[in-house]
Design a protein around this ligand. Structure first.
Ligand SMILES: [Zn+2]
Ligand SMILES: [Zn+2]
Length: 124
């Protein structure tokens, strides 16, 4: 599979029982259906996002891409909790493509939320 953004080769990366594909050049990450949701719950998975956010920002401008799996034109999605995170989603195979640094960013938010949940006093 080749990167939908820069057309470099994508390399399989394992995190737990999940295998995602990461671009050998721009470090964007491809998540198959459900993989993104599953990995977001795993605190260690931000380690798969090894690219620099700077590179990701550059690639983020390149938003007219076709799905690397099924060649459908992908649509742009915005994370509801963090509206500065834009990523591409395939409406046919439900895969998602995140630029370098975006997955780490997503994980950060989840941990902040978790922390907030811990320090919020219980209603009496
Ligand atoms: Zn790439
Ligand atoms: Zn697709």
């Amino acid at each position: 599979m080749n990167c939908p953004k820069c057309e470099s080769e994508m390399v399989a990366v394992n995190q737990g029982s999940i295998e995602v594909d990461r671009c050998s050049n721009c470090k964007g990450i491809w998540f198959d259906e459900f993989e993104l949701e599953t990995l977001k719950k795993d605190e260690d998975s931000s380690a798969i996002d090894t690219g620099e956010a700077k590179m990701g920002k550059e690639q983020n401008k390149n938003d007219r891409i076709s799905c690397p799996k099924c060649s459908t034109e992908m649509i742009r999605m915005v994370d509801l909790n963090q509206t500065h995170i834009w990523f591409e989603h395939c409406t046919v195979c439900s895969g998602n493509f995140l630029d370098a640094g975006e997955f780490r960013d997503l994980m950060k938010e989840d941990w902040l939320d978790h922390f907030k949940a811990l320090i919020t006093p219980e209603r009496s």
